[in-house]
Ligand binder design. Structure first.
Ligand code: ZN
Length: 324
């Protein structure tokens, strides 16, 4: 049985799983904290040891796919920038490939691309050839599949829906990418939580949200706002109405270009804000062109954390962007 190994290198955890043949059920899994020593050489060494252990003793070739929470620069796994790992211009793919040697065929992917492919292999996008996956967590990431192929783009930056603009006036919110008016700067969890707390602190509006969080503004999460909006809380509803529309504009514009058949919505924020998600889906019916909506179905991501492992392993096994 051929073995393929999927790895998810995030800001907090290094996770790995071995898969046999076509199965999406892991034969073995491994998880460790990334920890404080984030020097590329140290991470490469730890990752290589994990890979060798999961691959077992035989000399059979093994494919390895690594999903990295990073902006990649090329198809050789060069990390242009990863705020999570504090890496800049790191030739990660070459370092790992050299350390592993000839037995291993290696591919390095953007983590959201790996997650999207995982959902297509074994999750909510299974059986669909044209997929847009959008994950709203701390930031907003996107993955594209068109005609059954993962679309990585000329420099691996395709699918960055979080940095598409939804406002372009003088008050457009600044984004950590250096731009402003990005949908991420409104709906991405990091910005959303900051705004919620700022509004609650400054305006003393009449709202039940602080109460729901046990009386502390610092404990308020988007989930509390979602619960309040469902109960008709005016402040929460107004905020969700504004943000749902902005998210829907970004989704509708992407769908106008992609003509996807399946839209997958996931990520830590959307998983905990069903009201916001429903409102965005309703707005999407208004803002997306009718021709884009006709073939479209919308689903919630199914695989959670496992998607990136399944997807990275399968991309490498399918020969996508293998480092020569
Ligand atoms: Zn941005």
């Amino acid at each position: 049985m051929t073995i393929s190994i999927g790895i998810d290198l995030g800001g907090s955890n290094l996770r790995a799983a071995a898969f046999g043949g076509d199965s999406a059920t892991p034969l073995a899994v491994h998880r460790e904290a990334v920890g404080d020593d984030r020097a590329p050489e140290a991470i490469v060494e730890r990752m290589a040891r994990t890979i060798e252990r999961l691959a077992g003793g035989s000399a059979d070739p093994v494919t390895v796919g690594v999903g990295v929470a990073a902006l990649l620069r090329d198809r050789r796994g060069t990390v242009a920038n990863s705020p999570h790992l504090r890496w800049r211009d790191v030739p990660f793919g070459e370092l790992l490939g050299r350390r592993l040697g000839a037995r291993y065929r290696l591919g390095v992917y953007n983590d959201v691309n790996a997650i999207t492919w995982g959902e297509a292999v074994a999750g909510a996008a299974r059986g669909y050839r044209d997929v847009l996956a959008v994950y709203v967590g701390t930031g907003i990431g996107g993955g594209l599949i068109a005609g059954g192929q993962l679309i990585e783009g000329a420099s691996h930056c395709a699918g960055e829906i979080g940095h598409t603009k939804v406002r372009w006036d003088d008050d457009a919110a600044p984004c950590m990418c250096g731009g402003r008016g990005c949908v991420e700067a409104y709906v991405g969890g990091r910005y959303l939580i900051a705004r919620i707390r700022r509004e609650l602190a400054n305006k003393r509006r009449k709202t039940t949200v602080i109460e729901r969080a046990g009386g502390s503004i610092d404990a308020v999460t988007p989930g509390h706002v979602d619960d309040a909006a469902l109960d008709g809380d005016a402040w929460a509803l107004a905020l969700w109405t504004e943000l749902a529309a902005l998210l829907a504009v970004a989704l509708g514009n992407a769908l106008a270009i992609l003509n996807s058949q399946r839209l997958i919505l996931g990520g830590g924020v959307l998983e905990r804000t069903p009201a916001l998600r429903t409102m965005a889906e309703i707005d999407l019916m208004l803002v997306a062109p009718a021709a884009s909506l006709e073939p479209l179905t919308v689903a919630v991501a199914e695989l959670g954390d496992e998607a990136g492992l399944v997807g990275a392993a399968r991309l490498a096994r399918d020969g996508v962007s293998i480092i020569e």
